[in-house]
Design a protein around this ligand. Structure first.
Ligand code: NAD
Ligand code: TYD
Length: 348
């Protein structure tokens, strides 16, 4: 089986690529990635020489390239993760999100449909999406697969749109698809613009920890390898034309999470307890900030037997250790353009 994984040089994609390359030596894995600021082949150093792994540098917004790659390689299945993925960047540049997340997804759908030539036997378009398409919850309730889409940020609106296109290609052309909508991920190789790796990096460097608003926003956190395991399961056993929600059963208010992170970091860095908490700085809120996300993951649990394998404390522990042990990786990704982004986002 020839599997195209898009966005495989990014955070979640690199974990999915590694899992598939190592677990399925009889599958040919093609990692297609444009290597934007978020893509990093250092994430895959350990598997880059495997005989069942091929890297293709390409941009999903290029229709001609997508068509010809599908013709050339005759992919059987697609796991689509390539995206612009950061809410704050989407607020500053919505069009980039429309291009990659909407147009890029439609290009892939067209290329798959054309190459598969309406013979969909054993074919699959697996679209990886987010819980943010459902909008914001109040203090109670959970997102279910049937919850109406109600996106609030340009990022979530672009992901919602891409989900709709995937579903529409299933209904209109019979393209076989599955969609998963997952909660916030954390773990090794996450670019330090998202909450957890940004704050780990800032604690290491004694920089302020910019908590948006009053910090009482809630997210449901999942360890990235548990997301990759869920994708593996849905890829092989998920029902066509279905959506599965994936979540951590693990809700945290940002401020509580940040305090836990500070305590763990103080211990690991040998700093007196309470040192990192003094770095917390409440800053101007994110516009349109969604109050609370929380996933009801009972469908994937009941139908496919998936559940997270690590507790949040264990996952966070592994994650912090990885960042402390991989200072070179952090140095590489936080030089150059990262500094410009950081100044623009936090120091204006
Ligand atoms: P990421 O930003 O770390 O990685 C995205 C990857 O896509 C990068 O390697 C980048 O180079 C590549 N890419 C971007 N534009 C491209 C283009 N035009 N052509 C080809 N490649 C391109 O993102 P992530 O956090 O790993 O998220 C992966 C997917 O999972 C996304 O679709 C995202 O919406 C979804 N998701 C993420 C989370 C999360 O918490 N990070 C949660 C749920 C769902
Ligand atoms: P983030 O990691 O950007 O993920 P998402 O917006 O997709 O949920 O943010 C997680 C939460 O942390 C969100 O409520 C916004 C908040 N946050 C901060 O308070 N400060 C920051 O510097 C960042 C990046 C996020």
């Amino acid at each position: 089986m020839k599997i195209l994984i898009t966005g495989g040089a990014g955070f979640i994609g690199s974990h999915v690529v590694r899992l598939f390359v190592e677990k399925y030596p009889h599958y040919d894995i093609y990692n297609l990635d444009a290597l934007t600021y978020a893509g990093n082949l250092e994430n895959l150093k350990d598997i880059e020489d495997r005989s069942n792994y091929t890297f293709i540098k390409a941009d999903i917004t290029n229709e001609t390239t997508m068509m010809s790659l599908f013709e050339q390689y005759q992919f059987d299945r697609v796991i689509h993760l390539a995206a612009e993925s950061h809410v704050d960047r989407s607020i500053n540049d919505p069009l980039a999100f429309v291009k990659t997340n909407v147009l890029g997804t439609v290009n892939l759908l067209n290329a798959a449909k054309s190459a598969w030539n309406d013979d969909f036997q054993n074919k699959l378009f697996y679209h990886v999406s987010t819980d943010e398409v459902y909008g914001a919850l109040g203090e109670t309730g959970l997102f279910q697969e049937t919850t109406a889409y109600d996106p609030n940020s340009p990022y979530s609106a672009s992901k919602a749109s891409s989900d709709h296109f995937v579903r529409a290609y299933g209904e209109t052309y019979g393209l076989p698809y599955v969609i998963t909508n997952c909660s916030n991920n954390y773990g090794q190789h996450q670019f330090p613009e998202k909450l957890i790796p940004l704050f780990i990096n800032n604690i290491i460097n004694n920089e302020p920890l910019p908590v948006y608003g009053d910090g009482h926003y809630t997210r449901d956190w999942l360890y990235v390898k548990d997301h990759a395991a869920a994708i593996d399961l849905v890829f092989h056993k998920g029902k066509l034309k279905e959506t599965y929600n994936i979540g951590g059963f693990n809700e945290w208010k940002n401020i509580d999470l940040v305090k836990l992170l500070c305590q763990q970091m103080d211990r690991k860095l040998g700093r007196p307890s309470g040192t990192s908490e003094t770095l917390i700085s409440f800053v101007k809120d994110r516009p349109g900030h969604d109050l609370r996300y929380a996933i009801d993951a009972s469908k994937i649990n009941k139908e496919l037997g998936w559940r997270p394998s690590v507790t949040f404390e264990e996952g966070l522990n592994i994650t912090i250790d990885w960042y402390l042990d991989n200072a070179d990786w952090l140095d590489h990704v936080t030089s150059g353009a990262y500094r410009d982004y950081y100044l623009k986002q936090y120091k204006r």
